[in-house]
Design a protein around this ligand. Structure first.
Ligand code: E4P
Length: 217
């Protein structure tokens, strides 16, 4: 499963990228707001050191305007994935931009039928939002499994990009049900290394090592 980092915080992306943990990046209007940066400028900076797909989201709601915005975003770098919402206008935009050879990430997906439409419109990525479904007491992971089954039934090549990942458990579950990609905030990716028994075991090793009186260097 590929790891995308869900942020427009350049320093956080760099830190994880240096560790080889970044296969791509996703941003959205809320993350651009949080960064306090200009969308074109920050996206260009991210693309200067991330070689995988970098999603940048259109903000128009009508297809013709979305297409124009998408083309402008795609000019930033060859690894831009234009992010469009799962509306009819977004699907029209997806079809046009995909046919032009651009990567398209269809976002705000909350149902298997929506994912089916995105695949038929030629999406490179479909982004089902796990955490936001969990927020309203629906099972986000069931949606990932349903989309996996549907795409496999018909050989769709659209990649399932599990989004709105909030916990380490979400990451493991996404890998188990076969998401192609997961995108998570840097804090969640870092938390994957945590385990209470690792901390406990290391603490014991350090205490015992101190008793040996030895040094390695
Ligand atoms: C995905 O592309 C979105 O940017 C993101 O995962 C949304 O996550 P949230 O529901 O935690 O805001």
């Amino acid at each position: 499963m590929k790891f995308f980092v869900d942020t427009a915080d350049v320093d956080a992306i760099r830190e994880l990228n240096d560790l080889g943990m970044v296969d791509g990046v996703t941003t959205n209007p809320s993350l651009i707001l949080k960064s306090g940066r200009d969308i074109l400028e920050v996206t260009k900076e991210i693309c200067s050191f991330v070689s995988g797909p970098v999603s940048a989201e259109v903000v128009a709601l009508k297809a013709d305007e979305m297409i124009a915005e998408g083309r402008k975003l795609a000019e930033i770098a060859p690894n831009i994935a234009v992010k469009v919402p799962l509306t009819w206008d977004g699907l029209k935009t997806c079809k046009v931009l995909s046919d032009e050879g651009h990567m398209v990430n269809v976002t705000l997906c909350f149902s298997a039928n929506q994912a089916l439409l995105a695949a038929k419109a030629g999406a490179t990525f479909i982004s089902p939002f796990i955490g936001r479904l969990d927020d309203i007491n629906l099972d986000g992971m069931d949606l990932i499994a349903d989309i996996r089954a549907i795409y496999d039934n018909y050989g769709f090549e659209t990649q399932i990009l599990a989004a709105s990942i909030r916990t380490a458990n979400h990451v493991a579950q996404c890998a188990l049900v076969g998401a192609d990609v997961m995108t998570a905030p840097p804090s969640v990716i870092k938390s994957l290394a945590n385990h209470v028994l690792t901390d406990k075991g290391l603490d014991q090793f350090m205490k015992d090592w101190a008793k040996t009186g030895q040094k390695i260097i």
